[in-house]
Design a protein around this ligand. Structure first.
Ligand SMILES: Cc1ncc(COP(=O)(O)O)c(C=O)c1O
Length: 396
């Protein structure tokens, strides 16, 4: 089996986790939590970082500390994992889904500007969606698949309308936008260290920001809003959202390898790009000239008319060769829990969802295995609609 994307654990993970176990500080108190927070903040460039139990929790808390209120609207990319939309609902706000741009597949800055400029109106210093009457309070651009969003135009309109911008950088740690690290481009940002992410702690997340008040509030809310640790006095309804010391120990070790991991991802991307660019019907992943992508999840588009079969048939071809591939997410404006939320001109995301296929791209993917993936893809084009020999044999 060639898996899609598995973690790479080859550094000080065992050493640090053992230190942590030996110290008996296995829960969320311990030196590794603080160390991981400090080291991540230093890497991203923010003044503060607050570790959380996962990236979804980070988004939930970021929305709360940034002042998103019940019945507010929050602009979110429609083509992404469901977590940011769920987080908006956790605070009783409503996502407004924004389309992906056709080239880099990120939140379309022009459609953000059009929505705010044409569909909203300013009253009493606040911005309201004319159709729903709800206040628009924040934008959550998601740096999907390892590539940054074109954030400057989004920041420009956000500043004009005094909207908070929360970067969902969960898929793109280490990527840069115009030379600056994602996670330090807007007001507050979130990371995920889930098992399939470039840097993993098994499960985990982080909030990063320069805003000291927000960072302190995030620490407070993620630790059950405890006012007095001895007397168990709580000042708000808090959450048990802290990362454990064991997970943070792993995070410190993973962070030491991040640059090597990024180099490996970029090598894998470049090999796919040169091997697949000339194949009719295959569009390879693009990198904008203002971006340095980490190519977290290497994805191609399959044009059925030119390639001969569609992305799902190609997925099945790979499957029969024991190669794991995966389509991108169902656009969120179509998903059952979010269908009732507004969506603004989401025309591109559906096509991307239909055509996209992510290919194996683990940091540890060997040249031989990648060559096998490429060979199967080329063979699928050569044979177009024909049934693979082994499946034909199995069904005859
Ligand atoms: C864009 C995006 N946001 C948020 C998350 C949530 O992170 P977690 O799984 O750590 O809760 C993920 C991935 O898992 C993601 O891909």
């Amino acid at each position: 089996m060639i898996p899609l994307c598995v973690p790479e654990i080859r550094g000080n993970e065992w050493k640090y986790v053992k230190e942590c176990l030996d110290s008996s500080f296995v829960s969320y108190v311990g030196q590794f939590v603080t160390r991981f927070e400090n080291e991540l903040a230093a890497r991203v460039g923010t003044r503060h970082a607050v570790a959380t139990v996962n990236g979804t929790a980070a988004l939930h808390i970021a929305l709360l500390v940034a002042g998103v209120e019940p019945d507010d609207e929050v602009l979110i990319s429609t083509l992404t994992f469901v977590a940011p939309a769920n987080a908006a609902r956790y605070v009783s706000a409503w996502p407004v889904f924004i389309d992906a741009d056709p080239t880099y597949w990120e939140m379309d800055p022009q459609k953000v500007a059009d929505f705010l400029g044409q569909e909203c109106e300013s009253r009493g210093g606040k911005l309201y969606n004319r159709k729903t009457g709800r206040r628009v309070s924040a934008i959550v651009p998601v740096h999907v698949l390892g590539h940054p969003v074109d954030l400057d135009p989004i920041l420009e309109v956000a500043r004009k309308h005094e909207l908070v911008v929360i970067e969902d950088a969960t898929e793109s740690i280490g990527a840069t936008y115009k030379g600056r690290s994602v996670g330090h481009l807007a007001d507050i940002s979130c990371f995920s260290f889930n098992g399939n992410k470039l840097l993993t702690t098994g499960g985990g997340g982080m909030i990063a920001t320069d805003n000291t008040t927000w960072a302190e509030r995030a620490t407070y809310l993620t630790t059950q809003a405890k006012d007095d640790p001895v007397e168990y006095i709580h000042g708000a309804v808090g959450f048990n959202y802290r990362l454990t010391n064991i997970q943070a120990a792993m995070g410190c070790a993973q962070l030491e390898s991040l640059d090597e991991y990024i180099a490996a991802k970029r090598r894998i991307a470049s090999t796919y790009a040169s091997a697949l660019s000339g194949i009719p019907g295959i569009s390879v992943m693009q990198e904008a000239e203002w971006a340095r992508s980490v190519f977290w999840m290497y994805t191609v588009l399959v044009d059925e008319a030119e390639f001969g079969i569609d992305s799902r048939a190609l997925l099945r071809r790979f499957e029969s060769d024991k190669i794991q591939t995966r389509p991108l997410w169902q656009p969120l404006h179509r998903s059952a829990p979010h269908r009732q939320s507004p969506a603004y001109r989401c025309e591109v995301a559906d096509r991307l969802n239909r055509d996209a296929l992510s290919l194996p791209c683990s940091v540890g993917l060997t040249e031989e295995k990648q060559a096998r993936v490429i060979e199967v893809l080329i063979d699928a084009h050569t044979r177009r609609g024909s049934v693979p020999a082994e499946r034909a044999a199995a069904t005859s």
